[in-house]
Design a protein around this ligand. Sequence first.
Ligand SMILES: [Zn+2]
Length: 139
Amino acid sequence: MFWRRHKKVAVVLTCADWRLHHSRVDMNRRLARKLKVYGADVIAVPGPDGLILAARKSEWQSALDQIKLLIGAHHPAALAVVAHQRCAGHPVSDDEHVTDVAKTARMLKEQTGFAGPVAAVVAVYHSDAKWDFNTIETV
Ligand SMILES: [Zn+2]
C-alpha cells in the first residue's frame, strides 16, 4: 500500500535554546535533509553535549529513556546529537563543543544499542536566526 508507506524519521537530541527553534533557522527540515529522512523527532534539553558530565547523570538517563521510547515507536533511520556554540546550558569553548558532542553521540550509540548512524552535529553561530549545522562525525 504505497500511500501508507512509512516515512523515514530521525530522533534528534538538541538544545532547548529558542534560537535553534526559530522558524527562520528551519532546524528540523535541515537536519532531516542532512540525515536523509523525512522529519526529525526532537528532544530538547539545555546543553545536550553537557549530559556527559557526571553531575547530569539523571538528566542523561531521562533523555535516554525518551530516546529509547521514540526508537521503539518510530523505528528511526538515524539519531543525532546537536550541540551549539554560545550555549548557556553547557558553556564551554567552541572546540570543547566539538569533542563533547562527539562523546555524547558515542555514548548514545552505546547505551541505546542503536544499529544505525548516530551523527554528532555542532550548530555554528552567525546570528540568532542564522546557524550552520556542521557534522563532526557519524558513529
Ligand atoms: Zn544551548
